[in-house]
Write a protein that binds this ligand. Structure first.
Ligand SMILES: [Zn+2]
Length: 339
């Protein structure tokens, strides 16, 4: 049965000329027949019946009714299925009455809705009822390549490709692997080793970077504190950076307000992300959260925090320094008053 777009001169009895897309048909024959072989292989080896079959545009899958499956089982089934393909067994189509079919030991008996059944008989290997298109001999399947396995509701799904699809898939895997190997100037089989090594390296470099930033922030904080004069026993540090990220100026603010017990730090960075951090040593009477909110309102950004530490992001770096100076002015006059 074929579904077609309706046209007005297409009536019952109209003769039509149909053409089979040979490449597509052969592909479907390979996938479909491959599935018969594979499903039978899983039954014969591990008694795992196939409960459903899916044929997609790039890969096919069968769902196996089994609680577990190992990689070794997948490889064994793949090897067995390919042996059957290599043996080039005949694939016969025959028709039997339903009551006869019951005695033939079919792998799968379809639900009873017709008297005659179409059987696909892979010689001495698999007998099952099917209405699909199949190869004449198993050798025409070419080969079967099993790929991903994943847990599904009713068991395990095994993805596979057969025939030219298997070759195309292997080709695309090889291309991907070759590209990855070239990045490491390595052999393709050494790619996992190099990836693991690189990830380890990234992890330790990240750690080293964090340590270095801590040390840098501590040293910079000590320097900034040393060159900042006290106003009535307190130090007000105001600085805008052009190339430090929010994390770093936060770290710096922490160091400044911990090394000194009387410091207020108003820090900003214009890139990569325009941000502000206000902080004071524990116990000082100012409200950083409120001051930051006030400043952010002028900049059109958002932010907040506690009494001792607050941070925010501005939409652009424009006016950041001016806003910081304004906050510093306000704070200076408060400093004078509270001292
Ligand atoms: Zn079939």
């Amino acid at each position: 049965m074929h579904y077609v777009e309706a046209t007005k001169d297409f009536k019952p009895g109209t003769r039509v000329h149909g053409l089979i897309d040979a490449a597509r048909r052969r592909d479907h024959m390979q996938q479909h027949s491959g599935q018969h072989v594979l499903s039978a292989a899983f039954v014969r080896l591990f008694n795992m019946p196939t409960v459903s079959f899916h044929m997609g545009d790039d890969y096919c899958s069968i769902d196996l009714d089994t609680p577990t499956i190992t990689n070794e089982q997948v490889e064994q089934a793949e090897r067995f299925a390919n042996e059957i393909i290599l043996e080039n067994r005949p694939v016969d189509v025959r028709y039997v009455r339903r009551d006869e079919a019951g005695k033939l030991g079919l792998r799968k008996l379809p639900p009873a809705d017709r008297d005659e059944l179409r059987l696909i008989d892979i010689r001495d290997f698999d007998l099952t009822a099917c209405g699909g298109t199949h190869v004449r001999q198993t050798g025409q399947i070419g080969c079967i390549l099993l790929r991903k396995t994943e847990r599904v509701r009713q068991g395990w799904r095994v993805e596979f490709v057969a025939g030219q699809r298997a070759v195309a898939t292997a080709r695309s895997d090889f291309t991907t692997l070759t590209e990855a190997a070239a990045l490491f100037s390595a052999h393709i089989y050494d790619v996992p080793l190099h990836v693991r090594k690189s990830l380890d390296e990234i992890r330790s470099l990240r750690k080293l970077r964090e340590q270095s930033l801590e040390e840098l922030a501590a040293a910079q904080a000590a320097m900034m504190l040393a060159e900042t004069p006290e106003i009535k026993g307190r130090k007000l540090i105001v600085r805008t950076f052009a190339d430090r990220d929010l994390n770093y100026i936060k770290l710096l603010a922490q160091k400044l307000t911990r090394i000194s017990s009387n410091a207020v730090a108003l820090l900003a960075t214009t890139s990569p992300q325009p941000s502000l951090v206000f902080a004071e040593s524990a116990g000082l009477p100012f409200d950083m959260g409120a001051l930051l909110k006030e400043t952010m309102a002028k900049l059109g950004g958002r932010g907040g925090g506690s009494k001792d530490m607050a941070q925010g992001g501005a939409p652009t770096g424009d006016g950041l320094d001016a806003a910081l100076q304004e906050a510093a002015q306000k704070l200076s006059s408060d400093l004078e008053k509270t001292a």
